[in-house]
Design a protein around this ligand. Structure first.
Ligand code: GLU
Length: 414
């Protein structure tokens, strides 16, 4: 196993928190250290050339003590089984941190979707559902978008699933387009939820976002939405990046220009008149708030001591390793952890599922109001727990979430 294996990180985070649960759930704890089930599927796809290529995918169903497995589907060339297992574990903890009646799951397919045509991508997505439809459903397992997947892919999947089971089943996937039962506000929910938490955290510290220098790693999806949202608070974006590298301007970057480049699928390399830096250098910029919004293992024992941010908001899943967490804690850099900071996505996914299952749809304002309340309440629980146990916010949130999961397992006699 590699040095920064994300599954070992997830287990280590759970072990740290379990200490504060007074060893009341030993049998249950031994179980949540591992996913309940990991399924590997082979998905043959006829490529445009006529050649058949086989793609490998994993579905990790971590824990369903509190409700159906819930989590996204990732398409990425570097996907590994351990990564999917970690991401599913974090989903269980995330849903419990927010007190959503859901468990945790994750899908990952080893593919670089940029190399596939639209037809090939659709075949892959439908093939995936054919391989796994027996294991999913509104009361079993409810997938959603994640890295490199989106509403279009959810549409193909929900259509394939509904054909296979013989009835329209919108509640089996979330993150769908509005025209087929998506929720208003789901598209920007991860960033919006992150901003609600960040603003509430600043208020708790008697501070505000106005004038704060912000760095956002990865101007895409949640990161790009966050760039647009945070600009409206009076904060100043001084650095951001994409897979080609970063851009930096201490006086503030032009948000409209970044959004235009990225929405036209152009690289930030084309943004002229600013300093061009690497993604590594971006993480070491002197700033008030650093927001990693890309993949796991960005801040590790190799660079944690060079981080100069005043506060970190983890919009990505698992961007900081447990070793790096300790270094940051010792340096006095607070971290608003992924299981809280990026939980807006799954929270509005839950709202979407509720709307699908009741066939009654809410206004955008209703969604935002409910999301804000959920995020602020979860932050208050995590802050209180961290204070009680004198630990970092991540551990505080884990203690709250794990108690909920372990207690559900115990009363069910799992
Ligand atoms: N992929 C997102 C996450 O990691 C959302 C999952 C969902 O909506 O189920 O939280």
């Amino acid at each position: 196993m590699s040095k920064n294996n994300p599954f070992l990180s997830a287990q280590s985070q759970m072990r740290t928190a379990y200490e504060f649960l007074a060893w009341q759930y030993d049998t249950e704890f031994a179980k949540i250290l591992y996913p309940e089930r990991v399924i590997e599927v082979n998905i043959p796809v006829q490529m445009d050339t006529g050649e058949i290529r086989n793609f490998v995918g994993y579905r990790s169903q971590h824990n369903a003590a509190r409700g159906p497995y819930k989590g996204g589907i990732r398409y990425h060339q570097d996907v590994t089984k351990d990564e999917v297992m970690a991401l599913s574990t974090w989903m269980s903890i995330k849903c419990a941190t927010l007190d959503l009646p859901l468990g945790g799951g994750k899908w990952g397919v080893i593919v670089n979707p940029k190399e596939l045509s639209e037809r090939e991508l659709e075949q892959l997505s439908r093939g995936w559902v054919r391989g796994l439809y027996k294991y999913i459903g509104p009361l079993d397992d409810v997938p959603a978008p994640d890295v490199n997947t989106n509403g279009t892919i959810m549409s193909w999947m929900v259509d394939e699933y509904s054909k296979l089971v013989g009835r329209w089943s919108p509640g089996t996937f979330t993150g769908k387009p509005l025209s087929i039962g998506g929720s208003l506000g789901r598209d920007t929910a991860t960033a919006q939820g992150g901003l609600y938490v960040l603003e509430a955290y600043m208020r708790a510290m008697w501070d505000t976002l106005a004038g704060k220098k912000v760095v956002i790693q990865w101007a895409w999806n949640a990161g790009l939405n966050m760039i647009e949202l945070i600009a409206k608070t009076g904060a100043i974006l001084i650095g951001t990046s994409d897979s080609h590298g970063g851009i930096y301007d201490a006086n503030g970057l032009d948000i409209a220009r970044i959004v235009e480049l990225k929405k036209n699928k152009k690289s930030l390399e084309e943004y002229s008149g600013v300093e061009h830096i690497t993604n590594g250098e971006l993480l070491e910029l002197d700033c008030d708030i650093l927001i990693p919004a890309a993949l796991e293992n960005q801040i590790t024992s190799d660079n944690a001591d060079k981080v100069r941010a005043g506060l970190i908001l983890e919009l990505a899943n698992g961007p900081i390793t447990p070793d790096a967490d300790k270094t940051l804690f010792a340096k006095g850099i607070p971290v608003i952890p992924d299981i809280l900071a990026n939980a807006g996505g799954v929270t509005v996914s839950y709202f979407e599922q509720v709307q699908n299952n009741t066939n009654y749809y809410w206004s955008r304002a209703e969604v935002q109001e409910k999301l804000k309340l959920k995020m602020e309440t979860a932050l208050a629980w995590a802050l209180e727990s961290a204070k009680t146990h004198n630990v970092m916010l991540r551990t505080g949130a884990y203690v709250v979430a794990m108690k909920r999961i372990l207690e559900a397992m115990k009363v069910r006699g799992m």
